[in-house]
Design a protein around this ligand. Sequence first.
Ligand code: HEC
Length: 127
Amino acid sequence: MNSRFLFLAFVPFALLGLASCRGGDHATQIRAIGGDPNRGKASLAEYGCSACHVISGVTGAVGRAGPPLTGIAERSYLAGVVPNTPDNMIAWIMNPQSINPRTAMPNLSVPEGVARDMVTYLYVAVR
Ligand code: HEC
């Protein structure tokens, strides 16, 4: 068996591995981010995020001023400026201007714990 064939034979397994990382195990992801997705879902409505963002699962979240947050876990960058990681998203929600001073998204004085809950919901429950 030549090495080229060996390499090709492993490609499907490598892709499978990638696919399972992307989906991930929800419980593990929730633990890694450390918030409560159910509280996060409620907070996304309470803090008025829904006025500017479409967020599946959140009643009344039909706003169009900001980008839809459904599927946000798959996006590479947040607001086009920082890599999309849970920590960066928490920082963004707490103070968008600290990441991009010219952004139209307002600072809604979201406490860290609440932002963490929101990010847990957005990453894990909204796909
Ligand atoms: C007044 C409208 C408005 C409100 C209210 C608002 N946002 Fe935003 N949001 C925006 C806009 C506009 C952007 C795009 C920012 C940019 O690209 O500079 C944005 C971007 C984002 C992003 C990054 C999206 C991406 O695709 O990169 C996240 C995450 C986010 N908002 C979460 C929230 C959360 C959570 C709340 C509630 C605490 C909220 N937003 C409230 C307008 C709003």
